[in-house]
Design a protein around this ligand. Structure first.
Ligand code: NAD
Length: 512
């Protein structure tokens, strides 16, 4: 009898330059069988990797940092070739932040991941309690295209330091960065199966989520995040979702206006606005509106778009489909009465360039206010006062980052504490994301879970609690037999809840 088999047609990713529009590379997409084989290899490599000491794991991680340092110029050029972003962005926001994270974890990982003794309440005499953390197994890291190096490598090294093995599935939009990530890990000489990278698209990502991985760390859109979580629910494995944002930027009545205007232009347009932590809703208190807008217009009008070899401030958009979203948001805003103060159109040249765009009179009904735009667009909303800005900031589906601008820094911190999001800066913008001591992640539709900082290692572990008794006594007060113990137990219960610990202990001894 003839047997049948599903033969997967070999598929490829075709890469076109965002600067010239020409085809520059082609990569095979990993098949479902290749995904399974990679997970099998990672499972086999797990035990030996987990059993290494943290300092032994760092021998490999540090070699990776050496590769990034020694060949940084080359890798920055490849990242820019793939994404179109300026070389300085590739160097600083992709390579340097990754190296800084390794530096930080080299100093802190041992302590963060060590077993810790915790103090028992006195009703647990003669016991020792500990909290420890252990590695999860095979971790899948699924990453997007906007910071394709950093957003794949930082979670990968965090999981590796914490003792798991890792499979990265980079975005199909930036496969050149996928290639260089595989190369830097290869050069660092990790043992076979400890780190693997699978080029592919959504089908590869879905196959990875359905495979025998023990955690999924996902960065990307809300829609895909939902699918990833659904897949994880089938095997009840932990999932971390780093999703989109619509970050508020609150200009208070006493803001340092010049600094705020420069920050707003940079925070809204850097990486061509393709950033989960982009400034996407600027709330300006009416008493300083005109002054701030004049400064902001001046800043935005000076931002130069161009390719990586044109010494420009922003590159083209990396993903052609995203341009359509940007255009749709601008058209919707215009139709609903917004004023396009600057830009608003594609730039007339080859590639995927778009004008730095400033929009005023934005209202809460517009798509550019409700949805993530993820392009070089800064929407501005005039508000009566700071209270209105706080209310509007929080009344939104997203909660990733936010910033507050005021010369009263303590009041700024108070406002920060009232914002429903994962990170807030006061008189600063975006840079907290690159500060390795601070945890990063979102709330609401921006996702959940944290990486970076101590949480960024612990989130790749399971927690184990240990309680140990010296074992010298033959029994415990609450063990069988119960007969005759209840009246004394009642006394102990009351004494404990009344805060009379010595009395409670006497009762416990009597019970025994
Ligand atoms: P996306 O959701 O389209 O794709 C992300 C990754 O998921 C890609 O590698 C893709 O191939 C993969 N994928 C697609 N379908 C899948 C499936 N069914 N199962 C598993 N994987 C699948 O997102 P994108 O367009 O690449 O990235 C842009 C989005 O990412 C924006 O919303 C942005 O805000 C967000 N983002 C968030 C952060 C953060 O840290 N919070 C950082 C950067 C980007």
């Amino acid at each position: 009898m003839a047997s049948s088999a599903v033969v997967e047609e070999a598929r490829t990713i075709e890469k076109y330059s965002p600067v010239t529009g020409e085809k520059i590379a082609e990569y095979p997409i990993a098949s479902v069988d290749e995904v399974k084989a990679a997970v099998e290899a990672a499972s086999q490599a797990f035990g030996a990797w987990r059993d290494l000491s943290i300092s032994a794991r760092f021998k490999y991680i540090n070699r990776l940092r050496d590769v990034i340092r020694e060949d940084g110029e080359y890798y920055a050029a490849r990242i820019s070739e793939d994404t179109g972003k300026p070389l300085s962005d590739s160097l600083l926001t992709e390579l340097m932040v990754t190296a800084l994270m390794i530096d930080h974890y080299e100093k802190t990982a041992e302590k963060v991941l060590s077993r810790k003794r915790v103090r028992n309440p006195l009703v647990f005499p003669f016991k020792k309690s500990y909290v420890e953390h252990f590695a999860m197994g095979v971790v899948a890291v699924i990453s997007p295209w906007n910071f394709p190096f950093q957003l794949a490598v930082v979670p990968a090294i965090s999981a590796l330091i914490a003792g798991s093995t890792v499979i990265v599935k980079p975005s199909e939009v930036t496969p050149i960065v996928g290639e260089i990530i595989a190369e830097v890990f290869e050069k660092a000489g990790f043992p076979k199966g400890v780190f693997q990278l699978l080029q592919g698209d959504g089908t590869t990502g879905a196959a990875l989520c359905d495979s025998d991985v023990q955690k999924i760390f996902f960065t990307g859109s809300v829609a895909t995040g939902r699918r990833v979580m659904q897949a994880a629910s089938k095997r009840l494995i932990p999932v971390e979702l780093e999703l989109g944002g619509k970050d508020p930027f609150i200009v208070c009545h006493d803001a340092p206006l010049e600094r705020a205007a420069k920050a707003c232009a940079w925070g809204g347009l850097v990486n061509c606005g393709q950033m989960c932590t982009s400034v996407e809703r600027v709330f300006v208190v009416e008493s300083v509106y005109d002054k701030f807008m004049a400064l902001l217009k001046n800043e935005v009008s000076q931002v130069k778009a161009g390719g990586p070899d044109e010494d420009a401030d922003i590159g083209p958009m990396t993903f052609p489909k995203q341009i359509k979203i940007v255009e749709a948001h601008i058209a919707d805003a215009k139709a609903k009465g917004a004023k396009i103060t600057l830009g608003g159109n594609r730039i007339d040249r080859d590639g995927q360039f778009f004008e730095p765009t400033l929009i005023e009179d934005v209202t809460t009904e517009m798509d550019v206010y409700v949805e993530e735009t993820f392009g070089p667009v800064i929407p501005v909303i005039k508000v009566m006062d700071e209270e209105e800005a706080i209310r509007l900031s929080n009344a939104h589906q997203y909660g990733l980052n936010a910033s507050v601008w005021t010369l009263d820094v303590n009041r700024g911190i108070e406002i920060a504490s009232r914002l429903e999001c994962g990170q807030v800066t006061v008189n600063e913008i975006v840079q907290s994301v690159g500060n390795p001591v601070l945890p990063f992640g979102g709330v609401k539709n921006s996702g959940f879970g944290r990486y970076h900082g101590d949480e960024g290692l612990l989130s790749f572990t399971h927690t184990r609690a240990i309680m140990a008794d010296y074992g010298r006594l033959s029994t415990e007060p609450f063990w069988f037999p119960y007969a005759g113990k209840y009246p004394e137990m009642l006394k102990a219960f009351k004494a404990l809840l009344d805060g009379k610990l010595p009395k409670a202990l006497i009762s416990l001894v009597k019970i025994r």
